[in-house]
Design a protein around this ligand. Structure first.
Ligand code: GDP
Length: 199
């Protein structure tokens, strides 16, 4: 599919604000600063597509983008703050995420953005567990891989794969390296998305 044909649809705080639950969608999740906006911009070749999700009032919302054909969508889930966010914010974010993930029939898979220098933090593990509990495939992008040497990249992906295997033993959880800066890993990401959208 051509991910350049993409347009902002709407933002949602609750289920009834989401677009009709028909067709297929893939959601992008990640901690703040994980490189989620950059990856969305790189994938769609739009310099500022994901900026819309960062405008005031939208950062805590679920943002929907239409692809062509129109019943396919990319979804930008709110970035999760650092460990020190107030409990109330954390709770509201978690319940919104649970609402979305558990109810959305059109959700075909989740792309989880993880900084390759700090993989598998608490939030990442929570997301992976949510996804697997719901039988939703989840594909990890180890982002900013250009910040690691080739050796470190090989070591990181091996360690992450091993930890995922030990913790979850699930074929639904996969992983790759990714760099928006160097355009590395884009083809792999595209094949994963194509695969989900075709199902
Ligand atoms: P978000 O908060 O998850 O949407 O993250 P952003 O996409 O805004 O990126 C956070 C920071 O990481 C920014 O300073 C980006 O320039 C930087 N960044 C994102 N992707 C890459 C990458 O592939 N390589 C490098 N070196 N920096 C990146």
């Amino acid at each position: 599919m051509n991910y350049q044909n993409v347009t902002f649809m709407t933002s949602a705080a609750k289920s009834d604000q989401c677009p009709d639950d028909i067709g297929s969608e893939v959601a992008f999740a990640g901690r703040s600063n994980s490189g989620k906006s950059s990856a969305l911009n790189t994938l769609t070749k739009h310099k500022a597509l994901a900026r819309v999700s960062k405008t005031p009032g939208r950062t805590q919302l679920i943002n929907f983008f239409a692809l062509e054909p129109e019943e396919n969508r990319l979804v930008d889930l709110p970035g999760y703050g650092y460990a020190k966010v107030p409990v109330a914010v954390r709770k509201s974010w978690q319940s919104m995420l649970e609402m979305y993930l558990s109810k959305r029939e059109s959700l075909k898979g989740i792309i989880l953005l993880v900084d390759s220098r700090h993989p598998l933090k608490e939030f990442d593990l929570v997301m992976i567990q949510y996804a697997l509990d719901l039988n939703t495939p989840i594909h990890l992008l180890l982002t900013k891989s250009d910040k690691l040497s080739n050796n470190q990249q090989a070591k990181t992906i091996m360690l992450v794969k091993k930890e995922l295997q030990n913790k979850y033993q699930s074929d639904l959880c996969t992983v790759q390296l990714f760099s928006s800066l160097k355009n590395n890993g884009v083809d792999l990401l595209v094949s994963q998305l194509d695969n989900w959208f075709e199902k």
